[in-house]
Design a binder for this molecule. Structure first.
Ligand code: SAM
Length: 279
């Protein structure tokens, strides 16, 4: 590994399969002027062919030894190196609409994916190597075993597609799990707009709190049968049978009912006040 000892704590499994590397670069399809950010360049397996097609390439790397190596690469002048933790990185500091690429450290992939939700307006597309099992959960359709909270929350923001499966032997050292490359394209609104995103996110979390239970049971403190039925959810259904659109609709319905109740209450309070005036 060119004298670098792979660090487990940084999820270092370096790509060594040239066919897979070419497939990733072809999928990203970088154009010279594109603003591209690579997360975790490592020993530059993807970095080098990407940089060859670009005027400039941003890379974010946590491992200081690797950062030192990156600075010595023959194409180093094309790299803008951001040394540090991607989870702390402020993507807004890189101007322009971005393409993001990474063979991600699997231990931070889920929190990282959620961070991109805050930047959807600034992202053209993202191509990530992830644990295959995670990709399957991200793209899963309702009524499948893989469908869950991750599917609903990411499908709210992104159109996603699994582009290729990658076996362990494509890496050195080989990980214990299969991997896959996923393409994510921001498409907010594809399953509707939540009037209050925090409310929607909390509702989905609660809906999947216990997968084996019915939606009525999981949401017993949030929604009654009439509210579920009003948006087309059968109360006795399991959370994994319910389409992402219906979670958005339910969140909006519950919020609407709450504001309705509030204004009804205010109305009746006003009525009471008027009543007092007449007394
Ligand atoms: N891109 C290289 C490849 O495909 O061979 C390396 C991929 S390796 C799976 C993950 C890379 O991300 C490593 O270089 C690792 O040091 C880096 N990394 C791990 N955690 C990171 C973090 N929190 N922020 C930035 N980089 C990180």
């Amino acid at each position: 590994m060119n004298g670098h000892r792979a660090r487990k704590r940084f999820g270092q499994n370096f790509l060594q399969d040239t066919r897979i590397i070419q497939d990733i670069v072809r999928a990203v399809n970088p154009q010279p002027e594109d603003v591209v950010i690579e997360i975790g360049p490592g020993l530059a397996a993807i970095t080098e062919p990407l940089a060859a097609k670009l005027k400039q390439l941003h890379v974010i790397e946590i491992d200081r030894d690797i950062v030192a190596r990156l600075k010595k690469l023959p194409f180093a002048e094309k790299l803008v190196i951001h040394a540090g933790d991607v989870l702390q990185f402020d993507f807004a500091t890189v101007a322009g609409k971005k393409k993001i690429v990474g063979n991600l450290p699997y231990n931070i992939s889920t929190p990282l994916l959620f961070r991109f939700a805050d930047h959807v307006d600034d992202i053209i597309d993202m191509h990530f190597m992830l644990q295959k099992e995670v990709v399957e959960r991200m793209i899963a359709a309702p009524k499948t075993n893989d469908y869950g909270r991750l599917s609903v929350m990411l499908q709210y923001f992104f159109e996603m597609e699994c582009l290729l499966d990658v076996p362990p032997e494509s890496f050195s050292p080989a990980p214990k799990v299969d991997s896959a490359v996923v393409r994510m394209i921001p498409q907010p609104g594809r399953i509707g707009w939540a009037d209050d995103f925090e409310h929607f996110a909390a509702l989905v979390k609660q809906a999947f709190a216990q997968r084996r239970k019915t939606i009525r049971n999981n949401l017993k403190h949030e929604a009654d049968d009439a509210q579920l039925l009003a948006v087309g959810i059968q109360p006795q259904d399991r959370p994994e049978h319910i389409a992402p659109e219906l979670y958005v609709a339910l969140s909006n319905k519950l919020l609407h009912n709450a504001t309705q109740n509030e204004s009804d209450m205010n109305g009746s309070m006003d009525g009471q006040r008027d009543q007092h005036k007449h007394d």
